[in-house]
Design a protein around this ligand. Structure first.
Ligand code: IPM
Ligand code: MG
Length: 357
């Protein structure tokens, strides 16, 4: 029986709807296992800009630092996507949070629930058995290098930068994880073109000497993008830089049927942050149809990684599995065989998972 402080940071769009469900699942776990979870809420993204003028107010950051874990929703608003000149943007809140909390490792497990084999646009026989754990570096690269304009604003630049230290710490996490899995690590870079990638490869090669039990391969990012679709089962643990990881994990979400299924954990030196990999999805916001399973699975990751509550975490995953086995689907993962009465909205899907808990 443990007492923990969990900060709920819903952010924008469907972030609000799905984290509300994720929180209910945490509540149910607390009751079942006799834990005490205290909750607080904080603002980030567009809602924070509207309320305070800042994408990540100091108060939110303070609350994050003081909590034991953060359940996060999403940030973003279409208003900014069509206005490249906006100085304050929702995504700045997310990036600042990652940097300030030292969240350098983003774990994105890609695992297909058998029941969803037909929900993916990839052939079932290619997908079956796919189980990949991505380690995306999260506080370096072109995301955080110097950026700006020159030549009277006619030319723009974003600098990609990595230090050996940054590559080594994410590399170690990936090697350690590979040890607990199939002992295969694929390091993804673009070392035929980029100097940062050559440094990346050098560091991973050196680290590999310390992990002789792990089989390491180096792949270029373009070829990896192709292999993920052609033969996803060949991968076990994948480690890559911030931008490559951003792109490859969206692609890999199709292996799991839908973006709506994928949870992620951002960890580092302090408080861990757990969030769906999907965005704020303003096109479906307020309609009550968003898939809450990624937030529910994020709650499961939170319990496992930040609190060491393995049994609690597995119970959530098996409840999700049961609900899918019963044929219940949100629209994004429904297929031809789904009966209309089995298509559930956000809250109903949450209630179905709670029933199995
Ligand atoms: C993600 C998102 C973010 C990123 C955006 C919203 C800044 O796409 O978490 O993958 O690019 O890291
Ligand atoms: Mg992304």
């Amino acid at each position: 029986m443990a007492t923990k402080n969990i900060l709920i940071v819903p952010g924008d769009g469907i972030g609000q709807e799905v984290t509300a469900v994720g929180k209910k699942v945490l509540d149910a776990i607390a009751i079942k296992f006799g834990h005490t979870f205290h909750y607080d809420e904080a603002l980030i993204g567009h809602v924070a800009i509207e309320a305070t003028g800042e994408a990540l107010p100091a108060e939110s950051l303070q609350k994050m630092r003081q909590s034991d874990a953060v359940l996060f929703g999403a940030v973003g608003h279409p208003k900014y996507d069509n206005d490249p000149s906006a100085k304050v943007r929702p995504e700045q809140g997310l990036l600042k949070m990652r940097k300030e909390l030292g969240l350098y490792a983003n774990l994105r497990p890609i695992k297909l629930f058998d029941e969803l084999l037909s929900a993916s646009s990839i052939k079932p026989e290619i997908l079956k058995g796919a189980d990949i754990l991505f380690f995306r570096e999260l506080t370096g690269d072109i995301y955080f290098g110097e950026k700006g304009r020159k030549n009277d604003g006619d030319t723009a630049y974003d600098v990609a930068e990595y230090s050996k230290y940054e590559v080594e710490r994410i590399g170690r996490k990936a090697f350690e994880a590979a040890r607990t899995r199939k002992k295969k690590l694929c390091s993804v870079d673009k070392a035929n073109v980029l100097e940062t990638s050559r440094l990346w490869r050098e560091v991973i090669q050196k680290l590999a000497l310390e992990y002789p039990d792990v089989e390491v391969e180096h792949q270029f990012v373009d070829s990896t993008a192709m292999m993920l679709i052609k033969n996803p089962c060949r991968f076990d643990v994948v480690v890559t830089a911030n931008l490559f990881g951003d792109i490859l994990t969206d692609e890999a979400s199709q292996i799991a049927g839908s973006m709506g299924m994928l949870a992620s954990a951002s960890i580092g030196d302090g408080t861990g942050v757990y969030e769906p990999i999907h965005g704020s999805a303003h096109d479906i916001t307020g309609k009550g149809i968003a898939n809450p399973l990624a937030s529910i699975l994020s709650a499961a990751l939170l319990l496992d990684i930040s609190f060491g509550m393995k049994e609690e975490s597995e119970l959530i995953i098996s409840a999700v599995d049961q609900v899918l086995k019963q044929g219940f689907r949100t629209v994004d993962i429904a297929d031809k065989s789904t009966k209309p009465e089995q298509i559930l909205g956000t809250d109903a899907m949450g209630a179905a998972v709670l029933k199995f808990l």
